[in-house]
Write a protein of this length. Sequence first.
Lengths: 426, 229, 235
Amino acid sequence: MSKRTVEFNVGRNPEMGIDGSVVDSPILPFDIPEPDLDTENMLINIGPQHPATHGVLRLVCELDGETVKRVIPHIGYLHSSFEKLGEYRTWNQVVPLTDRMDYLAPLIYNCAYVMTVEKLMGIEVTERCKVVRVICMEMDRIFSHLLWLGTTAIDVGAFTPFLYAFQERERIYQLHEAFTGARITTSATRVGGMMADLPEGWTDGLQDFLDTFPDTLEEIDRLLTRNQIHIGRSQGIGAISAEDAINSGFTGANLRACGVDYDVRKDQPYYDYETYDFEIPVGQHGDCYDRYLCRMEEMRQSVSLLRQALERLPGGPIDVEDPNISLPSKTDCMSDMESMIHHFKLITDGIPAPEGDCYMPIEGSKGELGMYIVAEEGGTKPVRWRIRPPSLVNLSVLPKLAEEHLVSDLIMINASLDIVLGEIDR
Amino acid sequence: MLDETKTGLDTVEGGPQLSGKSTDSSGGKMDDPDGHPSVIALLSQFGDAVSGHRVFAGTQHVVWIDSACNLEILRWLREQQDHQYDMISDITAVDYGAGRPIEVVYQLFSTVYKRALRVRCKLPLDGLEIDSIVELWSAANWLEREVYDLFGVTFRKHPDLRRILMPHDYEEGHPLRKDFPLRGRFSRAEQTRRALDQSVEHSYIAEEMDLGRDPQQATPIIGTKDGDE
Amino acid sequence: MEEGGARMGLKDALPGGGTSSVTGGMFGDGSPTFLTSKIDWIINWSRRNSLWPMPFGTACCAIEMMASAASNYDLARFGMERMSFSPRQADVLICAGRVPYKLAPVLRRIWDQMPQPKWCVSMGACASSGGVFDVYSMVQGIDTIIPVDVYVPGCPPRPEGLIYGLMMIQEKIREESLSRHFEHRAEDPSSVARPHANDAQVIGLTGPFGNSTQQEELSNKEPGTRGELPEELLP
């Protein structure tokens, strides 16, 4: 906990000096006198089908000229009732629903869900499983941040980072596919373990990705971090103070950009995150630019975490060796009577849970992702399955952030919050 | 058509029917409050209002409080120097079905002491009302709207209590209640017809319609159904 | 045609290319200075090679659609690099992802705004049939709302799947004829902002199937209290 702040040695609005060195100069606002005319505010509807809303978000804005006076967000255009559907499924059948919720970081959602069920049932997963899940989650953090980076760059008019980011994402797609068989909808976790162990040679593929990915990241960094247009579009835009940010429920990189070092991986550690060596980037101004810097640094930290996890990846079984939780192998099932009975019971009945409820937060790519599960004594289905949606709470601050900004800044602020509509509407 | 439906759906708005069976999720039990200073302090400060305390999943402390003083207790938890629960992680509700009370769940976290606490309030089905806590945490705004939308719990003094996920004129009831069928109450044909049988004005709330209205003209300046927007 | 040139392979593709004795024609020495072809062929050829998709992306499938448009799969190879975010300049509606009832009027409106001729690709299981989401809020297949030309299966489909679906649209365009155009593509003006399927068709299309038949009961073995609904509203 000693060193948690990373210093960004990037000046505010750098410009080239006479001798070629970088000097900081403030961005001066234009001072135009107000003409004395009768005006009235205008009502503008953006979305739900609009490329800049990153999904099916709908914003109704009241405009004074081009200044946003008020924003009323409307959500629910992707309401797929995951929570209701989960009440009809056994514990393991819920897993395929979780990756359709946040399709930008499916493995994080898979892990978060089974982690909560395991916590409720008091199951301790194996050491290998813990490290494999850390690998999965950190990989998908990069996966999600890359898409955010690409689409946000498009929103401020830069198309190249999108292509670079998708080139790297394509390699994570291939890693997903080699491990789980699917590119996005991974459904990789099961209560008490994973659907399968890592295939042979998979860690080499990941190592290969880790060797070359930082170079691409630096390339994107060179395109955006000191880019005058990008800086002008994001510095001082959508700023919020640390106190307001906590009060209004900001989490994740959005909160850390305001200077609060709240990260679930450090503050409520799970899967031995306290034993890994990583730092949490913290911003100062809480504006769009600091959010961008925080996410860029988070990707670098994730690369370092992945390297550490690959180093310590232990051998041994990946599933819990308890026949009442994990399915027996196919061979056992075909040749051994007892295994077959366990298989039959697990498939037809499911895993019985103790009475109680459990809330388990983890650090998702968008913020604090909490899963809340209520179970009945011996129940094989959740009585209530609730997802604490980080994007929903982050988005609810948008009206406050966008006030008195221009419409184009509204797009930038919305992009910088890193929302995913599948999880907002659930 | 619409009027017929209204009469049929009056029962929906009244909430689920009470059945004779009624059990308590906390069972009125008191687990050992040791290990969580906030629970000990709550018991000594608000002894009468705390109706139960359990420890689930090893370390998770849950406190049941009287729904009439939720605002008072949560304010105390937020502002006391020894507790400082400055972050509200989640607000949700649980319906156990079978006429048991719906429970509103507050998940608190203190960034100062790195401590979590879960507070639950029971609401009987014939009195689904509780005080809003938006004045304490502005994050509660949308979370409470969601509970209102999906469970039908009314939050008193909420600044903007509207449906949030379902359309604002959704007539089939509150979907996350246990007595709500998975496929909805209407047939698919009726649901499809209702979804498309809406004018553009329908997708704006009253407040926005007022903003878009030209004071000189009676009709709002919003595109009509068949024309351009 | 020289290898790699802009008109490479064009000569082979054109049927009925005429002959001429004039040298220095449009394809080089000895080639004709004119072309004869069927107007159907020319129009279909140009139409199918410059399709402008309108991406109606909502969920997971939209991410795969973005992957198809990005550098690895490069949809631009098929003349579709210009994603048209305005329906008025679009030819193909790609509906990628789940569509709730709240979004259904938006989808119908975008379809109504697109000029003829237009085609529709329903990408993924949710758009085609509702997928796993056989629930109160979801449209069970967008073919109840708008007419669909090609269904691409998968959850989500791979980019190759989407590209194959779009090539099937191109095949479909190749078969079209101007003389039967109005027969094929004319729409009843009164169908604007109305569901594409009638009530009986909707009920037929959206019935429970497969595993979802078990979902008829209420969750947690709760006996149902349906209230007093009129007959025609009940499922």
